[in-house]
Design a binder for this molecule. Structure first.
Ligand code: ATP
Ligand code: MG
Length: 356
């Protein structure tokens, strides 16, 4: 697996998400979809946001753009974009920010395009809303963008409707729209899962080119760690509504600290290897309405069993720096001496064996 060579990390954050908390108030109870999430994205960097299905990745990105509808609500936190807290802005300002300064591409490109307008008109509309460009110039720009994202014969393709496009073409159009105003931040939520492998690679190249050519920072959301290895500079790992680890991509693959991240890495399919079963992490993501006490990963955690710590199922660990630039939310790296005696794995195993 080729890991992307990281960019120098000197630059300041463009986005800082602090204690972001988004709940859904359903008949069954309160779904804690995003529950105190902290991370940042530097200028020009690609941040990977990974985690299993249902852990809150999409709701995090929709919350950043304030696209949460009832029964959902952002109940706490800050989303500081270039020094301004977006959660404090009037909603009207968000319309300007979306698309112009932060744009988003979604998992299902076709459902995100408007079926009753041609794709040319939809791109033109982006320019008209944000730049008051005249129609003819905007159309020329739209055709130019379609060419840039690799749509063949863009002059006539601009006159077609979304249903006439393949999945890959629709995703290219979404990227063209996302690129139209050269945003400072692009949020790409599973941008390639609906596409076949060759098209996937082309779409990822496009996102990477956008990042490298214009310096647009990217949040790449995926559950595919292979993709993270190729594309991301830094990675935030999410589990059950919380960030559990955050580190540069090289370190993540060399030395993941959180047992959940280690499990995800162990589940990466090895190309060419014949494996009957992947080493998926046993069990599933907990019910976000009724979360277990202590660490949310504890019920599935091999390390907890091995170390025999009782604190894991009683008190939740904090997201703390275990090493410079490497944050993890796990009792194995936090002082728990007031609760359990610190144990080495071998001792823990031996102790388990001694038990009757
Ligand atoms: N409208 C809603 N009402 C109730 N719960 C919701 C709603 N939308 C999302 N959720 C819940 O919020 C949690 C987080 O969902 P989210 O879509 O962010 O997951 P995800 O990490 O993006 O998953 P995937 O990888 O499948 O896209 C899930 O448990 C989901 O069921
Ligand atoms: Mg999602």
């Amino acid at each position: 697996m080729a890991i992307r060579k990281r960019k120098p990390n000197g630059s300041a954050p463009i986005l800082e998400v602090r204690n972001l908390t988004t709940y859904f108030y359903t008949e069954d109870g309160v779904v804690k979809a995003v529950d105190g999430v902290d991370f940042f994205v530097r200028h020009g960097e690609v941040l990977g946001l990974v985690g299993e299905s249902g852990c809150g990745k999409s709701i995090t990105s929709l919350s950043i753009l304030r696209l949460i509808d009832r029964p959902g609500e952002i109940v706490a936190g800050e989303v500081v974009f270039e020094g301004d807290d977006l959660l404090k802005k009037p909603m009207a300002d968000m319309v300007d920010i979306r698309g112009d300064r932060i744009s988003m591409i979604f998992q299902q490109p076709k459902s995100s395009l408007n079926p009753v307008f041609t794709i040319g008109d939809q791109i033109v509309e982006v320019f008209e809303i944000h730049e008051q460009a005249d129609k003819e110039a905007a159309w020329e720009k739209a055709v130019g963008l379609l060419r840039l994202v690799g749509i063949a014969d863009p002059e006539s393709k601009a006159h077609t409707y979304p249903h006439q496009l393949s999945g890959g073409q629709a995703q290219r159009v979404m990227i063209a729209m996302a690129m139209a105003l050269q945003p400072e931040l692009l949020i790409a939520d599973e941008p390639t899962t609906a596409l076949d492998v060759t098209i996937q690679a082309q779409i990822l190249d496009l996102i990477r080119e956008l990042n490298e050519a214009t310096g647009t920072a990217v949040i790449l959301i995926t559950h595919d760690l292979g993709l993270i290895a190729e594309m991301a500079d830094r990675v935030a790992v999410m589990y059950a509504g919380r960030i559990v680890e955050e580190v540069e991509v090289e370190t993540l693959f060399k030395q993941a600290l959180h047992p959940y991240t280690q499990g995800l890495i162990d589940s990466i399919p090895v190309l060419g290897a014949v494996k009957e079963r992947l080493n998926t992490i046993p069990g599933g993501v907990p019910n976000l309405i009724d979360l277990p006490p202590g660490c949310r990963f504890a019920p599935r955690c091999r390390a907890r069993e091995e170390y025999g710590l009782s604190i894991c199922t009683e008190v939740e660990p904090s997201l703390a720096e275990a090493k410079p630039g490497h944050k993890v939310r796990c009792w194995l790296y936090e002082d728990h001496s007031g609760h359990d005696a610190p144990l080495k794995p071998r001792e823990a195993k031996a102790r388990k064996k001694d038990r009757p």
